[in-house]
Design a protein around this ligand. Structure first.
Ligand code: FES
Length: 319
């Protein structure tokens, strides 16, 4: 389906589905999280998700925020150690303050992580659930440690912090596995190479108007969209999780991914709405001798102010 306006179609978003008791626990949990973050497809919910995903940053916000609790809690352990060998309250106070900073950072990182996880597909989804649960456990232990310290039970506080730190390291290992093994948060177009010079990819007469079309060059899929006399060309693999954008929905001069509804500007591949954070590689397109030709381009990225389209108003149909 194509439209310049809000398409009036049935929902494809997760909030449209009821969590079924027969589904795996991670899937049911994800649907509940989806409901909270999609907020019925409202503009403000989308803006919040864009912020939490890191669409504005160009990298996943969660990955940056996790440094705060990890760094602060590492410092807390070091201060605890120093406190064992030095006189005076300074190191104990520094350890307490570090734990408090870590708790605040963990809370913010958790919200950003949940927003990311709501759009993670198997097999990384289950891994993400355990990663989150370990983080909750670690945060609880550091919270208990903080309370113990405030009640002058410093030995218990140190013990609790030590266990929390072990748990957060286990969680970090799972987080690393999600990124490096399952490529969560990694630009899925990385490694794709596009022609430096113009190459033919299809007959111009075969390119239907307003129909996202997939072509290939050297095995790399390319998305072509003809809108009247203009032809847009982008990488066809969605940078978020690798969905085929040719199966997405055209909304004016943008395309919405069929899997998690990221929205990209056709003119330059900019991310208009997440969960994607990396722009689509953009190509130049021209017509020569009845053929569509493309080549790699930076397309001069510009800021887009395209109209907001409620997520639950979009379909996954490609035309
Ligand atoms: S694959 Fe997730 S938004 Fe495209």
């Amino acid at each position: 389906m194509t439209s310049d306006e809000t398409p009036g179609a049935e929902k494809t978003q997760p909030e449209a589905e009821e969590p079924s008791p027969n589904k795996p626990i991670d899937e049911r949990l994800q649907k509940l999280v989806d409901r909270a973050f999609y907020g019925g497809g409202s503009e403000s919910a989308q803006a919040i998700r864009n912020f939490l995903n890191g669409t504005w940053l160009g990298e996943p916000l969660h990955a940056a925020l996790t440094d705060v609790p990890l760094g602060a809690w590492s410092a807390a352990l070091a201060f605890d150690l120093l406190d064992c060998f030095r006189e005076g309250p300074e190191f104990a106070q520094a350890a307490d303050a570090s734990i408090a900073v870590g708790l605040a950072g963990a809370a913010v990182a958790a919200v950003a992580g949940l927003a990311d996880w709501s759009d993670v597909d198997p097999p990384a989804r289950r891994l993400g659930m355990f990663h989150g649960l370990l983080n909750v456990g670690a945060t609880a232990l550091f919270g208990a440690s903080f309370l113990c310290r405030k009640r002058e039970k410093r030995t218990w506080g140190r013990l609790s912090a030590g266990m929390g730190f072990a748990m957060v390291l286990a969680s970090a290992k799972l987080g690393g596995e999600m990124v490096y093994k399952h490529r969560v948060g990694v630009d899925r177009t990385n490694g794709q190479s596009f022609p430096e010079e113009f190459v033919e990819v299809m007959n111009h007469s075969d390119l239907e108007n307003e129909k996202p079309t997939r072509v290939e060059h050297d095995g790399v899929p390319i998305l072509l969209v003809r809108r009247g006399s203009r032809i847009f060309a982008l990488a066809e693999t969605c940078s978020h999780f690798g969905a085929p954008l040719s199966e997405g929905t055209l909304v004016g001069d943008s395309i919405v991914c069929p899997w998690h509804m990221s929205r990209f500007a056709l003119a330059d591949g900019s991310v208009i709405n997440g969960p994607a954070v990396h722009p689509q590689p953009c190509l130049e397109a021209r017509i020569r001798d009845g053929k569509v030709e493309v080549r790699k381009s930076t397309c001069g990225r510009i800021q887009y102010a395209l109209p907001f389209v409620p997520a639950n108003a979009l379909t996954g149909e490609g035309s």
